[in-house]
Design a protein around this ligand. Structure first.
Ligand code: HEM
Length: 183
């Protein structure tokens, strides 16, 4: 199953990267390019979720559960994979429910913010996977600067949790304000 996981992980990683790029182009560029990016976004997001599910299933079959849970690096890899899945699932629902209006006005900033956070999450998932497979990258040096030692640390630093709670509150407030304005 190792080879299968190595092969399958390219699908969510590539589709998540593409979805992030499409959101940035759809939000910031004018004209035909932006229209095409917005139109392509939902199918790309749906494909990314299918790829992620296949990666999670194949990843779970690489090593026995006991081995996965005994390693801080695998635990972080699983955690980041699930966070990435959750974030891009949320983006998929937002884009699906809002349809053409997903990029209207201030709404685009929600997509941009989520896409940038998603970019960090899936890059971290991939870089931890690379360490597990014996192919470390310089991206982990960036993680180290945040206080995260990829070989040992299994926790979210307090500032990360604080930022996540603040983002959640800001998104909730933004949603309530936008709904009030729409009435
Ligand atoms: C969206 C989900 C996931 C993504 C994108 C992902 C990504 C990756 C990547 C990029 C690699 C390195 C492969 C290579 O260098 O060719 C990797 C390796 C690995 N992943 Fe995942 N992964 C995911 C989910 C999981 C899950 C849920 C588990 C465990 C429950 C897991 C366990 C592993 C293990 C054990 C390796 C090392 C395999 C080896 O021995 O070479 N992965 N993953």
């Amino acid at each position: 199953m190792t080879g299968m996981h190595h092969m399958l992980v390219h699908f969510p990683e590539a589709f998540w990267a593409l979805a992030t790029l499409l959101i940035l182009v759809g939000a910031f560029l004018p004209g035909r390019m932006a229209e095409l990016s917005r139109a392509a976004l939902l199918p790309v997001l749906v494909l990314s979720l299918l790829g992620a599910l296949a990666s999670i299933v194949s990843g779970s079959l690489v090593w026995p559960l006991e081995a996965n849970l005994a390693s801080p690096m695998v635990r972080n890899h699983i955690l980041m994979a699930l966070w990435s899945l959750g974030l891009y699932a949320m983006l998929t629902v937002l884009v699906w429910r809002a349809g053409d209006a997903a990029f209207d006005g201030a709404r685009r900033w929600v997509l941009v913010l989520l896409a940038l956070i998603g970019g960090l999450l899936f890059a971290t998932t991939g870089t931890l996977g690379g360490h597990l497979a014996g192919a470390p990258t310089r991206f982990s040096d960036l993680l180290r600067l945040t206080g995260w030692e990829v070989y040992t640390t299994f926790y979210s630093p307090l500032w990360v949790i604080t930022v996540m709670v603040l983002i959640g509150l800001a998104c909730g407030a933004l949603g309530i304000m936008t709904r009030r304005q729409a009435r």
